[in-house]
Design a protein around this ligand. Structure first.
Ligand code: SD4
Length: 342
């Protein structure tokens, strides 16, 4: 069977609701569906599937992409089994769970919180920063103060599982980001197995286009486990972890944030799409840019990008194998195994 026929068949099965989370396919530039102003949402990693389902409750009814991405990423934020986003996230080396998030709409409005503690839904605080302040970024205590003043509840986000992992880490106190380390620290979710049995969970970046053809995005994380207190990665940095340009489309990133910030990764992907590259090709070029800056280091890291253009075409690319992203449209619901350099 030709690759194209196989793809169409799998997409059709997906549209019948037979998607299991175990059906992964290789994505290639020739396989884009031609959707125009039909809503679409994509998000990073296996857990993007549940997040997309929530976003779809808004997008599928003709709702705004901004509302959809906020609602979607709140699912992993509230999931205590997920040790890399929101509640239950792995703490920094001082045992403090510090969260980063940002959001961007179709009018270049954006909001971000960095190193926010005690608030389960940093993405909603980021949205309030965007909508209710003259600023783009609030950090640390100021962000917490703003959240509390706006009715958010102060909570303990360190779950017993994450505290245990931190105490175990303290025995060596070695900070060495390991490729897809989050997989090893995550409780296997039913039906979420990757080929080879690893479970794949990480920062959630979500990008969407609604029925009006408007794009928005959201990105939220607890950042790299056992980081220095105060460390901020790419995820809440507009242009690095997320970028939306409603003329062109949107992109978001996951992986070792320091390397994404260095190339302002998501903005780069959007600009490459502006130059005419298809989403997957744009993500690939951004990954190659990271390699060209430091080839030996790039081999030891995981970084993945996903992107969406205004025609509803999408794609992703990663440094290493094992990066997945979830896609939901009116016609299909699937998990894509992104191509990778290594
Ligand atoms: C960060 N990009 O804080 C995020 C976290 C991540 O794999 O995606 N980790 O650098």
């Amino acid at each position: 069977m030709s690759t194209r026929r196989k793809f169409l068949q799998t997409s059709f099965l997906g549209s019948l609701g037979l998607f299991t989370g175990k059906k992964l396919m290789a994505q290639s530039d020739t396989h884009y569906p031609t959707i125009k102003n039909e809503p679409i949402v994509l998000s990073t990693w296996d857990f993007g599937k549940e997040a997309n389902a929530e976003a779809w409750t808004i997008l599928g009814k003709g709702g705004r992409a901004l509302d959809a991405v906020e609602a979607g990423v709140k699912i992993p934020e509230a999931d205590s089994n997920n040790q890399s986003v929101g509640y239950g996230g792995l703490p920094d080396r001082d045992g403090r769970v510090t969260l980063d998030a940002c959001i961007m709409d179709e009018n270049y409005n954006c909001g971000s919180v960095m190193c926010l503690e005690h608030i389960k839904h940093p993405i909603s605080v980021a949205r309030l920063v965007m909508e209710k302040t003259p600023h783009v970024i609030l950090a640390g205590d100021g962000a917490l103060q703003f959240a509390l003043a706006n009715g958010f509840q102060k909570e303990n986000l360190l779950t017993p599982e994450s505290e245990k992992a931190w105490k175990e880490w303290l025995k060596t106190s070695k900070y060495e980001p390991i490729i897809n380390i989050e997989n090893k620290l995550h409780k296997p979710a039913p039906g979420g197995d990757m080929p080879g049995g690893a479970n794949n969970h990480d920062t959630i970046g979500m990008i969407a286009m609604d029925a009006s053809g408007n794009c928005s995005g959201a990105c939220t994380t607890s950042g790299m486990a056992f980081k220095l207190h105060g460390r901020v990665g790419d995820s809440p940095v507009i242009g690095a972890g997320l970028y939306v340009d409603n003329e062109i489309g949107a992109a978001t990133a996951t992986g070792v944030g320091e390397e994404v910030v260095r190339i302002v990764g998501s903005h780069l992907v959007v600009e490459l799409m502006r130059q005419g590259h298809a989403p997957e090709a744009a993500c690939k070029k951004a990954v190659e840019r990271i390699i060209s800056r430091n080839p030996s280091k790039a081999k030891t890291l995981q970084i993945g990008f996903i992107a969406l253009n205004k025609k509803g075409q999408y794609g992703g690319y990663a440094l290493q194998k094992g990066f997945t992203y979830a896609v939901r449209t009116g016609k299909e619901e699937k998990l894509v195994q992104a191509k990778s350099v290594y």
